[in-house]
Each structure stands twice: as structure tokens, then as C-alpha cells.
Design a protein around this ligand. Structure first.
Ligand code: RB5
Length: 158
């Protein structure tokens, strides 16, 4: 990926993984923007999620990484933001497919679910895999955008 600006966020459950992933990705030449949380104290994950989504939708960063205990809360919150396609991945195959087929722009992971080593491998694949330039995938992502805009009409797609 040419643009190496990555935004990362977590809640308290993902705090250690976030800090270690920042070091891991900086060593690989990525420019990391950390939007919190900044301590292991309990916090409400929608707040750092919202900060991260603003960095993506403002085009400051093309990709984001979110970590909480399961990855579920952050993915649900992120996907409420128009323009965000957040994918919860616990395996390498899903990370590859969600870039190729869904053009996902945010990777979500659960620090209480997968090892840090697997989180690094999933992250590597997510950041290295381009979206497939195929009409059927573009059409499906456009349908998701129509859903966000409230203009989804099944009749338009037949
Ligand atoms: C925090 O205990 C936990 O609920 C949170 O990290 C996340 O797993 C929520 O989906």
C-alpha cells in the first residue's frame, strides 16, 4: 500500500495489543496515528472508535485498526459510520477476503480471542492486500453505500 498512514484505536482490553502493534508497524515503516485510549483504565469504546472513523472518512488515513476484547463492540460501533467498512477478523483468510471482496477499510480484532502473533499476521495481510478490481465486488460495495444513504432499492439492481 502506497499511503502508509494508519490510524489505530482500542479500549482498555485492547490497550497492550494496540501499543505493541504500533511498535510492530512503525518498524515496518508505517506512520501510526494513535487516537486512544491512552491508559489501561476502563473506557467506553465508541469514543476512540469515533475518533478513528473521523480520520478515515476525512481521508487522513486510508486504513484503521481497532482492538477491543472480542473485536465485536468496536466493529459494531465503527460500522455505524458512513463510509466505514469494518471487518472483524480472527483468521488470515478473512483478512485477505475482506480486502479483496469488501474493500474493508478498518480491521477489528479481539485481544481476548487471538494471540498477538496472529494479530500481527492478520494485520500484515490486511494492509498488503488490494481490493479486487472486479465489477461484482464494486457493485456490492455500492449497494452497501446505498444502504448507508437510505436509497437502497432492490429494483435498481436487477
Ligand atoms: C470490555 O470488557 C469488553 O466488553 C470490550 O473490550 C469488547 O469486547 C466489547 O465488545
Amino acid at each position: 500500500m502506497e499511503n502508509k498512514n494508519i490510524v489505530i484505536a482500542c479500549d482498555h482490553a485492547g490497550f497492550d495489543y494496540k501499543n505493541d502493534l504500533i511498535k510492530y508497524l512503525e518498524a515496518k515503516g508505517y506512520n501510526m496515528t494513535d487516537v486512544g485510549t491512552y491508559s489501561p483504565e476502563s473506557c467506553d469504546y465508541p469514543i476512540p472508535v469515533h475518533r478513528l472513523c473521523e480520520k478515515i472518512t476525512s481521508d487522513e488515513c486510508p486504513r484503521g485498526i481497532l482492538i477491543c476484547g472480542t473485536g465485536i463492540g468496536v466493529s459494531i460501533a465503527a460500522n455505524k459510520h458512513p463510509g466505514i467498512r469494518a471487518a472483524l477478523c480472527g483468521d488470515k483468510y478473512s483478512a485477505e477476503m475482506t480486502r479483496q471482496h469488501n474493500n474493508a477499510n478498518v480491521l477489528c480484532m479481539g485481544a481476548r480471542v487471538i494471540s498477538f502473533e496472529l494479530a500481527c499476521e492478520i494485520t500484515d495481510i490486511f494492509l498488503a492486500t488490494p481490493a479486487l478490481d472486479e465489477e461484482r465486488h464494486r457493485r456490492r460495495v455500492k449497494m452497501i453505500e446505498d444502504l448507508e444513504k437510505g436509497v437502497f432499492d432492490e429494483a435498481n439492481y436487477n
